[in-house]
Ligand binder design. Sequence first.
Ligand code: ACO
Length: 339
Amino acid sequence: MNAPLPRTRQHLPKRTVSIIGTGSHVPERVLTNAELEKMVETSDEWIVTRTGIRERRIAGPEETTSEMAAKAAMAALENAGIGAEEIDLILVATVTPDMFFPSTACFVQAKIGATRAACFDLSAACSGFLYALEVAQQFITSHTYSTILVIGADKLSSIVDWKDRNTCVLFGDGAGAAVLRHRAGGHGVVATHMGSNGNLADILHIPGGGCLNPVTSQNFDQRLNTIRMNGKETYKQAVTAMLSAAQAVLEESGLRFEDLACIIPHQANLRIIEAIADRMKLPLEKFMINLDRFGNTSAAAVAIALDEANRTGRMQVGEYVLLVVFGGGLTWASSVIQW
Ligand code: ACO
């Protein structure tokens, strides 16, 4: 006769997952539009009217992605009121890891002393933070882990072509973090939606540096290791994907746009956010916007905005918040959280 199967976690009820703390970090160095005017043929007026960006933060040589991520993580732990030794898993969403391996999450672990944690990185470009949030959610819901540190961090200045005015004016560096934990009877993530379209990889990508176009002096001379973007197509896809992702997650949550207290979108371009607000028939004031100060920080953008919304009291307990993102891949994601 077979021995009885061990009792698995699947017998346990699903759990609500709450964000119990947030944190962020940006480098001190500010790069203004006026400075960019001296680097490429552009103007403050062009950048502000086409993007809404006025300045961005640029990390120095010692300020790696893991360095910024660790600082954001420490702020999130302090905000949550817990110690690093309580973390079971560290997830870092990034497209600019310190190295191909070890993972940036492992570097963060060493920097913050989260000795009990398992660590790995996740790649979904600008959508990475919400992808990581959903992965973390599943681990907690299934009782695999109790406390997870989710980080979105990128040093895009290291992969920008500083001679290409089409892209170099858009991006900045930074990191944002959130601590996730089950909170009995508490509010938390209501629903999450994720999507991808690999057929449109070409409109926003870095062709070199991987195994397809490895680092050779020829590939380097052609700047294959820097961001390539079809701006117009990216803009169109971003508006469509973010809107449908928002609609999908609201439907799953049984909510309407007017039920939302705050919308925290990917911080790429003010015109994209305005277009979405218009289609949702919501006032722009409901949207958390900080891209004027930080530009597009990729996976960090929505995480930094979430932290700012948290610390400035934009979200009250019990209110519904929508996070919605878009990035290379193409990838997109949305999440409704009852704060
Ligand atoms: N300064 C001055 N002129 C510029 C600049 C610049 N920095 N960049 C481009 N131009 C020029 C172009 O060369 C073009 O000149 P041309 O007509 O002589 O060829 C002209 O301005 C118009 O260019 P467009 O591409 O038509 O400008 P558009 O209005 O589309 O705005 C922009 C460009 C801001 C990039 C816009 O397309 C956009 O925001 N796209 C989405 C980008 C984005 O969000 N990317 C990231 C999302 S995903 C992620 O976060 C990774």
